[in-house]
Design a protein around this ligand. Structure first.
Ligand SMILES: *[C@@H]1O[C@H](CO)[C@@H](O)[C@H](O)[C@H]1NC(C)=O
Length: 399
């Protein structure tokens, strides 16, 4: 890890400390629906309220203006972003390359999810955004509550019995969490596509693990107690300015901002796509999401949040948190992973594949340099990932 990466890490940490919870102004950024319209496509924004009061924004590309297929059958697809991210990640490479637009042009009704806590889903009907209680959640709740609510909402609006799903990074974790914790949702999935699947972390090579893992990966530790239930790397002017200026100053700085995702090397990255991402990223998340991932890195297990023995016993009735039972996931699911992924690398994917008894197919991107973020920003993501996903969805629909 180079000095630039350290500088950025410190800026992010500073951002964490100084950020006021609601200081940024949503009206200043181009929102996903505006972005979609600027590319000529129809766009909608829907609000979904979860059982615990979070107000989530789902963006939608209901049809393609190129196909004029608004009166035809359009099976729904839900796209779910990763940690620190939001719905823009499926739009940032524009209409010719991004998964959302390619799916719309293939005749699908495209829904873009936003997890609680990100810039598009920062409200709760019962809890103030400024309360630490607002941030008392983890990707466990995003999976079991948010994704479930999104799927039910889409099924309700579209009248289709099932939804196709594609998720990146944390968007894969929450899929695994939902289908193992609430297995009745397997029947609501037509096909699932996991991009850079993240469940096991024993081999993560990113500096993030080594720098932060020992501090917060152990339950009950001082760092853990200080950081629990707060907003992690919020979207705020300072962080944004550092990264944005960095991107304008030099490609190298910009690429270092994303260094945590790759084992070095950004030969596949589309710089324009990165600049689009930077406008609305980092998008906001709870510290518990990051802490939980670091716990997995330490424990080598894919299991629920570790609160320490006392609270674990209260919550789970056992000393250690229970594992997510991957045997319960029966929906047709495809995994797409890559060699150069520093967060969820090939050995950890091997572990996932070996435990995921009903996995339909394990696809490995054939380009060695392809990394974690390339599933979103690579110049070659269309041929290597997006087109194959659409072919498999088409194949399902032609049965
Ligand atoms: C790179 O990103 C830009 C900005 O979104 C987009 O217009 C362009 O088509 C992308 N190119 C490739 C090859 O992905």
């Amino acid at each position: 890890m180079g000095p630039i990466a350290y500088a950025l890490l410190f800026s992010l940490a500073a951002g964490l400390v100084v950020a006021e919870k609601s200081d940024y102004c949503l009206s200043e950024i181009v929102k996903s629906d505006q972005r979609i319209r600027s590319h000529g496509y129809p766009a909608e924004a829907h609000e979904v309220v979860t059982e615990d009061g979070y107000v989530l924004t789902l963006f939608r590309i209901p049809y393609s203006h190129k196909l004029q297929n608004q009166n035809q059958r359009r099976p729904p697809v839900l796209l779910q972003h990763g940690l620190f991210s939001n719905s823009d990640c499926f739009l940032c490479s524009g209409p010719d390359n991004s998964l959302a637009y390619l799916l719309a042009d293939a005749g699908y009704d495209v829904w873009l999810g936003n997890a609680r806590g990100n810039i598009y889903s920062r409200a709760n009907q019962k809890i103030s955004l400024n309360s630490y209680k607002f941030w008392h959640f983890d990707w466990h709740e995003i999976g079991t509550i948010d994704i479930a609510a999104m799927i039910d909402y889409i099924i309700d609006v579209t009248d289709f019995p099932k939804v196709h799903y594609a998720g990146h990074s944390q968007g894969t974790t929450v899929y695994l969490v939902l289908l193992s914790e609430r297995p009745e949702y397997n029947d609501k999935i037509a096909t699932g596509h996991l991009l850079a699947p993240c469940a096991f972390f024993a081999h993560g090579t990113s500096f993030v693990f080594n720098a932060l893992g020992p501090l917060v990966g152990t339950p009950g530790g001082i760092w853990n107690q200080l950081l629990v239930d707060t907003e992690l790397i919020p979207h705020n002017n300072l962080v944004n300015r550092v990264v944005d200026n960095g991107c304008h100053l030099s490609d190298a700085i910009c690429k270092n901002a994303f260094v945590m995702f790759a084992n070095g090397g950004y030969e596949n990255a589309n710089s324009s796509s990165m600049s689009v991402l930077v406008e609305t990223h980092p998008a906001g998340s709870s510290s518990n999401q990051g802490i939980h991932y670091l716990q997995l890195w330490k424990s080598h297990a894919f299991r629920q949040y570790d609160w320490g023995t006392k609270k674990n016993n209260e919550l789970y009735g056992q000393d250690l948190p229970p594992d997510y039972d991957l045997d319960l996931i029966t929906a047709e699911t495809h995994s797409y992973s890559s060699h150069n992924d520093a967060l969820c690398g090939p050995e950890d994917v091997d572990t996932l594949v070996s435990r995921f008894t009903h996995l339909t197919e394990d696809h490995r991107v054939p380009v060695q340099s392809f990394n974690h973020l390339d599933f979103i920003i690579a110049k070659n993501v269309k041929e290597l990932v997006n087109d194959p996903i659409i072919e498999r969805i088409n194949e399902y629909e032609s049965r």
